[in-house]
Write a protein that binds this ligand. Structure first.
Ligand SMILES: [Zn+2]
Length: 472
């Protein structure tokens, strides 16, 4: 708090004019005057730490855009949203002609180098992430990622995470990523159902959103036996007993049905699921009975194809955020072979000679839209790895949904409020509403015209503070 020079001299002047009165009366008048100077003058403390004035607001709830809105932020939270211009703020951003959306939320993240990855998320406006296990994800590694998310000096998203993977020996993810896992530390290899009781108790001592359970017969040959249904049921039962939820990794309709039979409420991948609403009535009935939430991860399919599409790599290169090692992967013969395998798979699947990204996006978005319109919750996630990159790929995920025919307001909602709902954090995160944490992105172009305009980022704000972005 401070007094301006003008205020100080007027105080001196008043002091002189009242100095003829008795001491007691003079002191009282001075006290009142001082109170008035601090309490009523324009020198009183600013009402807001940060304000954004006259902006076009897309609040993340799915409601249509509001024009000429001003947002007042104090103590890291949104405290005012109205149509009058805010002036009394320590700093004001003129939002004229700009678009404000909530900070994005990637609901399926892995990282083996969070110190390098976290600033990239923030650079791309991803202010919250959900980490669903990983080979390094011991309790200590999770704790240091959470700590990073909770400070404001180094750019880092707010971190939510599952437990370590619950799986079985010889299965995914150790089968897929050989030799990197630590049983009892970054993965729990289930041997019998009895063991699950103690394990569920153990992992719920930590601030997890839920237990990560991997039901998977692949993902690549040689195929393995799936986790028996009784193990899946037992994990779900013990999760409920410990007041938590299960986040199941499934890779096809059969595994989805196993998860539904156990009553599991969260599915971490849409990838591999393909519903025929005429044929799959049994499974669809089960989905509507359990009403699970789904994370999308359409990016997995695009990621595998990257080495065959030089224009995607060129777009990535133009971003100047990722090192050469990222696109050097495109020259790796193994990755090229895998991409060609994938293309062959899609040609066969669609019975088409030429495969477009649109085909891959729309057959999935078509199914998702039916469930979504019936109130099933979908949150966007990317499953970072290979050519699915920190921050940038969540924008690609949104573009895939647009390509598949989803409208932009709902795409933004899936990347913000729906993700917060899945984390049960919707009271504090996910939308631009009164009382919520001020995580938001100011855009130079309208994302409702074209969703790729979410990449026209002007400013990223996390907990009311402007974030440092990567210099290009
Ligand atoms: Zn994953």
């Amino acid at each position: 708090m401070y007094m301006s020079i003008a205020s100080k001299s007027s105080l001196r002047h008043i002091y002189k004019t009242v100095s003829g009165h008795s001491n007691k009366m003079r002191n009282t008048i001075i006290l009142i005057l001082i109170f008035c100077l601090f309490g009523c003058s324009s020198d009183r403390p600013e009402k807001y730490d940060l304000a954004i004035s006259n902006v076009n607001l897309i609040d993340g709830t799915g409601k249509s855009m509001k024009t000429n809105v001003s947002i007042g932020i104090r103590g890291g939270k949104i405290v005012t949203i109205d149509s009058s211009t805010i002036e009394r703020a320590k700093s004001v951003i003129d939002g004229t002609g700009k678009f404000l959306i909530p900070g994005l939320f990637d609901c399926h993240v892995h990282t083996n180098d969070f110190e390098s990855d976290f600033p990239k998320y923030v650079h791309y406006g991803v202010t919250s992430i959900f980490i669903t296990g990983g080979s390094l994800c011991t309790n200590e590694y999770y704790a240091s990622m959470r700590a990073h998310g909770n400070q404001d000096t180094i750019p880092a998203p707010i971190v939510f995470h599952t437990s370590q993977h619950f799986t079985m020996a010889g299965r995914h993810p150790m089968k897929t990523y050989v030799g990197k896992w630590f049983d009892g530390k970054s993965v729990f290899l289930l041997k019998d159902t009895l063991q699950i009781e103690a394990l569920a108790k153990e992992v719920t001592q930590y601030p997890i959103v839920g237990i990560k359970l991997t039901i998977e017969d692949g993902p690549h040959p040689p195929w393995v036996e799936r986790m028996p249904q009784r193990f899946v049921n037992k994990v779900q039962k013990e999760a409920i007993k410990n007041d938590t939820e299960v986040f199941a990794h499934v890779s096809d309709n059969i595994e989805l049905e196993m998860a539904m039979d156990a009553g599991i409420k969260n599915i971490v991948h849409w990838t591999g699921i393909d519903l025929d609403f005429q044929r799959d009535t049994v499974l669809i009935d089960k989905i509507y009975r359990v009403r699970p939430s789904f994370i999308t991860t359409l990016m997995i399919d695009k990621g595998f194809l990257y080495p065959l599409f030089p224009e995607w790599i060129e777009a990535l290169r133009r971003e100047k955020v990722f090192d050469e090692e990222y696109w050097a992967r495109a020259d790796n013969p193994n990755f090229i072979a895998r991409a060609e395998d994938n293309i062959r798979f899609w040609k066969d699947y669609f019975q088409k000679e030429e495969i477009k990204l649109e085909d891959i996006a729309s057959f999935q978005v078509d199914d998702i839209k039916v469930l979504y319109e019936d109130g099933i919750l979908f949150a966007l996630g990317t499953d970072t790895g290979f050519f699915v990159l920190p921050g940038y790929s969540l924008h690609e995920e949104m573009q895939l949904f647009e390509l598949g025919g989803m409208d932009q307001l709902n795409i933004i909602k899936m990347a913000t409020l729906n993700a917060a709902k899945m984390m049960h954090a919707q009271d504090s995160l996910g939308s631009i509403e009164d009382g919520k944490i001020a995580n938001m992105i100011l855009l130079d172009r309208n994302p409702l015209k074209k969703i790729s305009n979410t990449l026209a980022i002007n400013t990223v704000i996390k907990r009311g503070k402007i974030q440092k972005r990567i210099e290009k």
